[in-house]
Design a protein around this ligand. Structure first.
Ligand code: NAD
Length: 499
């Protein structure tokens, strides 16, 4: 065990949903696997007046409610947990925190390494960072790392302001901006698929790929997050971060080394090549929509405007589809289509890479149904890769049929892929920022997205096409591809790929 991984973790917002559902189970898994051994402490910080005991009971309940397996007695694990009732705008709270950390570092022989996890409303991030600095909480011998949740601002200007506030207290290399998609096994696998497989990397360009499609669909509606979501929408909630990050990983050039700096620098270069749009062009490239009433699994569900805490006349988009062009040598002319939405037919995140047809195909399409080759990267809920090839139809015929080769992560016995949060926490403890977003990436994606949200905000006159809950989105999203001669590939597990 390396001393550099001995640390205290301060969770701001420890009574909240994220801490309960993701952070505590991830910390427990890291403990079970030995990443966190005896030399760690967790300080939960939130408004409520809880005792350590009540906090520990809540941590225990969160582990029991999650789907992780608990091994034996939790007493030793829980002895590392402390709670501090906290007012984030009061300097005295930070002094208490400082004292508590000093004593925990003694108790658990932790060499001053401190991780601050912001799991609360973003309006407090700047305030907390500046108090941590002014009250000397960051002022120790070991490392300081700030982990920060989305949303990172709501547009470029607010993100820049937040970044400046954080930078008063933390250096860029101490700030770990979470994009939990980057912790997902198959998102991390994009690099391996591309750079460790000669058959793909040599085809990974505009000579061989006709288009790429990225879908991230949710079947849930806004649930009880209507208040937040109505001020955000799918563009800010999903496109600016997760979707654009996946685009960057698919489009980047091979890094010269697998280091954080080299990978980030290639991602940033890819994002700089994103074709900018004028507000007038947004209609040509982007589609927004909102779910209306519909049915999910045979059950009637209300439309977005009837959801709790949502403005009944809301024009917030719950669905976005877009066409992104990367204007560089590798990708000129290859559209990358994205779509994401709530209350769609099923929950699924998938990337489909569609390869070009052969220059001359002896098995003509009309008679023999020759299919373009597809590489499908399944990100969630199932994880794996499928490759769609053409095979000969068995029998006395020269007809072809799509042949699907599957590699499925879950099918490997005993392998339960770790949660994204567990991996990201582990990376942060080890000081590996590769799977976190650099400020330059955040800035470039906000600048790209801001044009779209401004165009939509100004366009108050056009009709808002709704899509029925339980569908795959509005017709306009299909037309976006149809005008280029493409269509969305199905994303269901038992999809039929014959055309
Ligand atoms: P939440 O509302 O459930 O919890 C907020 C926490 O902040 C609570 O512990 C509350 O006590 C604390 N808090 C609020 N005001 C405070 C104050 N003035 N002083 C001290 N503590 C205060 O929120 P959440 O869902 O856990 O989300 C937290 C952050 O994580 C947000 O930035 C959110 O966007 C982000 N996030 C959450 C999820 C998720 O699954 N819940 C997913 C991705 C990102």
């Amino acid at each position: 065990m390396n001393n550099h991984t001995y640390c205290s973790m301060v969770i701001f917002g420890a009574t909240g949903d994220l801490a309960k559902r993701k952070l505590f189970p991830s910390i427990y898994n890291l403990y079970k696997k030995g990443t966190l051994d005896k030399n760690f402490a967790v300080v939960g910080v939130a408004r409520r007046e809880w005792s350590d005991e009540v906090f520990r009971e809540n941590v225990t309940a969160s582990l029991q409610d999650s789907n992780i397996s608990i091994e034996g007695d939790l007493t030793e694990f829980l002895s590392h947990f402390r709670y501090l009732a906290f007012d984030v705008t009061n300097a005295a709270s930070y002094q208490d925190l400082h004292e508590l950390l000093n004593s925990l570092e003694q108790e658990f022989s932790i060499p001053g390494n401190r991780m601050f996890y912001m799991a609360m409303a973003p309006e407090f991030f700047g305030t907390i960072a500046s108090y941590l600095k002014s009250e000397g909480v960051t002022n120790e011998q070991g490392w300081n790392r700030l982990i920060i949740e989305k949303p990172f601002g709501h547009d470029f200007a607010s993100a820049q302001k937040l970044n400046e506030d954080l930078r008063q207290a933390f250096a860029e290399d101490e700030i770990y901006r979470i994009d939990h998609y980057l912790g997902k096994e198959m998102v991390q696998n994009i690099g391996v698929i591309r750079f460790a497989n000669a058959i793909f990397e040599s085809l990974w360009n505009n000579r061989h790929i006709s288009n790429i499609q990225i879908t991230s669909s949710e079947s849930l509606g806004v649930e009880d997050r209507g208040g937040y979501y109505d001020t955000s929408g799918a563009l800010r909630d999903m496109v600016q971060n997760h979707m654009i990050q996946m685009v960057a990983l698919l489009a980047m050039e091979p890094p010269i080394r697998l280091t954080t700096e080299e990978i980030r620098s290639e991602k940033i270069k890819a994002l700089r090549a994103l074709r900018p749009m004028t507000k007038d062009e947004v209609k040509q490239y982007f589609v927004r929509s909102q779910y209306g009433p519909g049915s999910m699994n045979g059950k009637e569900v209300p439309g977005y405007r009837s959801e709790p805490k949502v403005n009944p006349e809301s024009r917030t988009e719950t669905f976005v589809a877009g066409k992104l062009m990367i204007d560089n040598f590798r990708w000129a002319g290859v559209p990358i289509y994205i779509r994401t939405g709530k209350r769609m037919q099923e929950k699924s995140t998938k990337i489909v890479v569609e390869f070009k047809e052969l220059p001359m195909n002896l098995y003509s399409k009309s008679e023999n149904n020759v299919h373009p080759n597809l590489l499908i990267i399944h990100i969630q809920p199932d994880e794996g890769i499928s490759l769609i090839l053409n095979g000969k139809k068995i029998g006395m015929t020269d007809k072809t049929t799509p042949a699907k080769l599957d590699y499925c992560n879950h099918c490997i016995d005993g392998i339960n892929t770790p949660e994204a949060y567990e991996k990201l926490l582990n990376d942060a403890i080890h000081g590996d920022a590769t799977n976190f977003t650099h400020w330059d990436e955040v800035a470039l994606s906000w600048k790209f997205v801001d044009v779209i949200s401004e165009a939509w905000k100004e366009d108050t006159s056009s009709e808002f096409e709704l899509y029925p809950a339980g569908s795959m989105g509005p017709k306009a999203a299909d037309e976006l591809l149809a005008q280029d001669g493409f269509h969305w590939w199905p994303i269901g597990d038992d999809s039929d790929y014959s055309i």
